[in-house]
Design a protein around this ligand. Structure first.
Ligand SMILES: [Zn+2]
Ligand SMILES: [Zn+2]
Length: 345
């Protein structure tokens, strides 16, 4: 089968290779026929050698697939089920796994599909441990199902870590896939007003934010978001700010957008230290929260939201292409010419 493989460490080193189809699976594993896989920021980082990974590895971890083979010890899964899963295969027994923070598993035995220790979904077939999968509700098609990983990340950030309250005024910085999904999740939670900010080059994404129900969108290079949020809140500031852009400047601006006693939830990774005056946390009595990945419950909630149509993946999927076109897809993601590219093996 054809597969998009990171062959060795270094910048680039990704090739479409002919590899052997996995035929033997373990007693606790499933063989999946991959239907669609999203290109994620992590894949781009691996492309540029800016992320943790262990080559050689087939990339891709935001997927949906149909079960074609079932290990002898696996229960409650049927041939033909459409499934998806998180990328992380946690250990299940470390302190963090046992206390419910499986997303922060500390074990050296932890594996990540398409990153380290386990091949990913940029291929026709993939083997996964049965215990990590989630069955996709019948109402959800395989393309929307492939967007359930970032949706579950947004659910974890907004519902499980951020805990939006009814009537909250929420700012989301960065209209990328995470920002647009967070927008939909906070609306489902009862946020009263949503403001999405972006920069020049984000015009198309801000338009989609509007279509997905953002009350106000702001290009921060043309208008002052602090002034706009002030005018919407009697100069109090937003109840909650989500930083989903991964820009240091946005991290800093979050402090100007949030109200005293408000919450800032950081989802974006900048990859470098941010210079921020942390006295503001004390003076404004702020709650500063980080959110990383997903736990089991994030997926249950995400799949229900997708099934009910409260979260829509389709408007984010701006391109679909074959594995052969992986490089074009990676480039489109990098140059913001697409919000989400799906590779269809
Ligand atoms: Zn991802
Ligand atoms: Zn663990």
């Amino acid at each position: 089968m054809k597969a998009v493989v990171k062959t060795k460490r270094g910048v680039g080193n990704i090739e479409l290779l002919e590899v052997e189809e996995p035929d033997k699976i373990g007693p606790d594993e499933l063989l999946l026929e991959i239907k669609a896989t999203g290109i994620c920021g992590t894949d781009i980082h691996i492309w540029h050698d800016q992320s943790v990974y262990v080559p050689p590895v087939i990339l891709g971890h935001e997927y949906s697939g149909v079960v074609t083979q079932i290990g002898e010890k696996v229960e409650n899964v049927n041939i033909g089920d459409l499934v998806t899963s998180p990328a992380t295969v946690n250990c299940g027994v470390c302190y963090f796994c046992k206390t419910g923070h499986t997303n922060r598993c500390i074990s050296a035995k932890k594996r990540i599909l398409g990153v380290m220790g386990a091949n990913g979904a940029f291929a026709k077939y993939m083997v996964v441990p049965a215990r990590i999968i989630h069955k996709v509700p019948i109402e959800v098609n395989f393309e929307d199902a492939a967007v359930s990983e970032p949706t579950a990340c947004a659910v974890h950030a907004a519902a499980e870590m951020g805990k939006i309250d009814l009537g909250d005024i929420v700012v989301i910085q960065g209209p990328g896939p995470m920002g647009l999904l967070t927008l939909q999740v906070v609306k489902a939670q009862g946020a009263n007003q949503t403001i999405v900010t972006g920069i020049s080059g984000d015009e198309e994404r801000l338009k989609i934010a509007k279509e997905l129900g953002a009350d106000v969108t702001v290009n921060i290079e043309e208008e002052d978001p602090v002034e706009i949020v002030g005018s919407l809140t009697n100069d109090l500031g937003a109840d909650v700010v989500f930083e989903a852009s991964g820009a240091v400047a946005a991290r800093r601006q979050a402090f100007d957008l949030v109200k005293r006693t408000g919450k800032i939830i950081y989802i974006g990774i900048t990859g470098k230290p941010s210079e921020i005056d942390l006295d503001q946390i004390v003076e404004k009595e702020l709650k500063i929260i980080g959110s990383w990945g997903t736990v089991w419950t994030s997926w249950r909630k995400a799949l229900k939201l997708i099934a009910s149509g409260k979260v829509k993946g389709a408007p984010l999927v701006t391109s679909k292409m074959s594995l052969e076109e992986w490089e074009k897809g990676f480039q489109m993601m990098e140059e913001k010419k697409a919000i989400k590219v799906l590779l269809i093996p």
